[in-house]
Design a protein around this ligand. Structure first.
Ligand code: RVP
Length: 499
């Protein structure tokens, strides 16, 4: 019989990268990497599908920085699909499916729509699709609030005759010129029959220039992923997300080797309704697990059983593989198959990103490192004069029980059949992380760290890093030496907090 004592498992803190002779400098490296078969990121970072990490605000911020967010699934189907739409509408060369309002809607109804989609004005469109006008903040400036429930959109809008419009298919440059010439902020696009076909806004041009590395789809919209399960209403959820324009679905489970999850992947992959959607499967931690996902047809394999900062799977179930070994093993299946690998969980510092890539990953997924950002869901909490944000495992009691605001994710831990909260066996904890400011600043430090890694290793590109990277195994004395030691820290660095 085979030896039941498998080889040693190593994790990020067990290894360091060897410095190599180099003529690369940090500012000239290129961090572009493949997320899935069909999506490439200029920043190889994903935000975790967790209810204290990724909703639309985080997903928008991640895509702008060249990464991507995965919307969590502790939401109703409608709520989650709505989050997808918010990301897809947030900025693009042109919105092909803009939010609209009917001429007979009241100003109160209009205000609600604007709030819901975070926009400042809407095209007014009749039942036949014809453009009647446009209504923006400016048109409402002199309408007293007490009249909002009775006055109608058609009475305050800028009507069609006074509107500057563009033709369907107008070039970026021409659109920009029209906006500038007429000093307007929104340019509705119409076809020969006068029907609204799209909307271009000044804000989109500004954003495009502000975020040159943003991850966008073929139509210029930000990309977004979303988590789904493997049973119950999963099919309905996946369909609603695809209709809302999601770019990638993550069949999100704590055990990607489960037959039900593998079957869901095959089913989604073989249905033409999902032909434009990338499918990510996980989580696995072995070569065998990765191969099963590849055989099921995934576009990327997600690796990580138990490394998460809030995860207790390894102590509750005694199951898992230290993350560097897990990634290395899974990559032995992913590499030959040409399927990208996502290293999910357990990253504590920017240096862990390069370690993950050298071990065999193409991108990494982050929870605790991003949960403290302004863009993550939840309010700031003050404890002992310091600012924190709540962060909890999706397998924690709070996330899986009815005391959570919503709970649709018990099946991530295969406990969907558990009827009462007292019968839940949690595999995660609830906690808090220090408030860390804007995602842009956090990503700047993370990517900056990766640039430094690539410089030391002498790699201009991620494939070069994977080729040239070599590990040295360290001991606990080596780890102690790696961190600041024998000094009392008197100032906090933006990329180093002692824990
Ligand atoms: P970390 O970045 O170390 O905080 O880990 C985040 C990852 O942990 C998630 O992407 C997910 O794979 C995993 N997770 C989420 N919830 C739980 C749990 O409750 N056990 N684990």
């Amino acid at each position: 019989s085979p030896d039941i004592y498998a080889p040693t498992g190593l994790t990020y803190d067990d290894v360091l990268l060897l410095p190599r002779l180099t003529d690369v400098i940090p500012s000239e490296v290129d961090t572009t990497s493949r997320l899935t078969r069909g999506i490439t990121l200029s920043t190889p970072l994903l935000s975790a599908a967790m209810d204290t990490v990724t909703e639309s605000e985080m997903a928008i911020a991640m895509a702008r920085q060249g990464g991507m967010g995965i919307l969590h699934r502790n939401l109703s189907i409608e709520e989650q699909a709505d989050q997808v739409r918010r990301v897809k509408r947030s900025e693009s060369g042109m919105v092909s499916d803009p939010v609209i309002v009917g001429p007979d809607a009241t100003i109160s109804q209009l205000d609600e729509l604007c709030g819901q989609y975070k926009v400042s004005g809407l095209p007014v469109v009749g039942p036949d699709g014809a453009l009647h006008g446009i209504i923006t903040n400016r048109d409402l400036r002199f309408v007293p609030a007490e009249k909002w429930s009775t006055i109608r959109v058609r009475d305050c809008m800028t009507p069609r005759e006074r509107l500057i419009t563009g033709r369907t298919g107008i070039s970026r440059e021409d659109a920009k010129a029209l906006l500038a010439e007429h000093r307007i902020e929104k340019l509705p696009l119409i076809d020969d029959a006068g029907r609204l076909t799209g909307l271009i806004t000044v804000k989109d041009f500004v954003k495009t220039e502000q975020y040159p590395n943003a991850t966008k789809d073929a139509e210029g919209r930000l990309v977004v992923g979303a988590a789904v399960g493997y049973w119950g209403d999963t099919w309905e959820r996946a369909t609603a997300l695809a209709e809302a324009g999601v770019d990638a679905l993550v069949v999100d489970t704590a055990n990607g080797g489960a037959r039900l999850a593998l079957e869901m992947i095959s089913r989604i992959k073989s249905d033409p309704a999902f032909s434009r959607v990338e499918v990510i499967g996980g989580n696995v931690a072995t070569r065998e697990g990765a191969q099963a996902l590849i055989d099921a047809g995934v576009d990327a394999v997600k690796v990580g059983v138990g490394p998460g900062s809030i995860c207790t799977t390894r102590v509750v179930a005694g199951v898992g593989v230290p993350q560097v070994t897990a990634v290395y093993e899974a990559a032995r299946a992913c590499g030959p198959a040409g399927v990208p690998l996502i290293a999910d969980g357990g990253l504590q510092y920017s240096g862990d990103i390069a370690k993950a890539l050298v071990a065999g990953a193409d991108t990494v997924m982050l929870g605790s490192l991003l949960a403290g950002c302004t863009e993550s869901p939840g309010d700031l909490v003050f404890v002992n004069g310091k600012q924190w944000k709540r962060y909890r495992g999706m397998g924690s009691l709070g996330a899986m029980s009815s005391r959570g605001r919503r709970s649709y994710s018990k099946d991530r831990y295969f406990q969907a059949d558990v009827s009462s909260d007292s019968k839940i066996v949690p595999e995660g904890i609830e906690g808090q992380v220090p408030y860390s400011g804007s995602l842009a600043d956090v990503v700047y430090q993370l990517v900056g760290g990766l640039h430094q890694s690539m410089f030391y290793v002498g790699a201009r590109t991620v494939p070069e890093l994977k080729e040239r990277g070599q590990f040295v195994r360290i001991t606990s004395a080596g780890l102690k030496e790696s961190h600041p030691h024998d000094v009392m820290m008197t100032a906090e660095a933006p990329n180093y907090q002692s824990r």
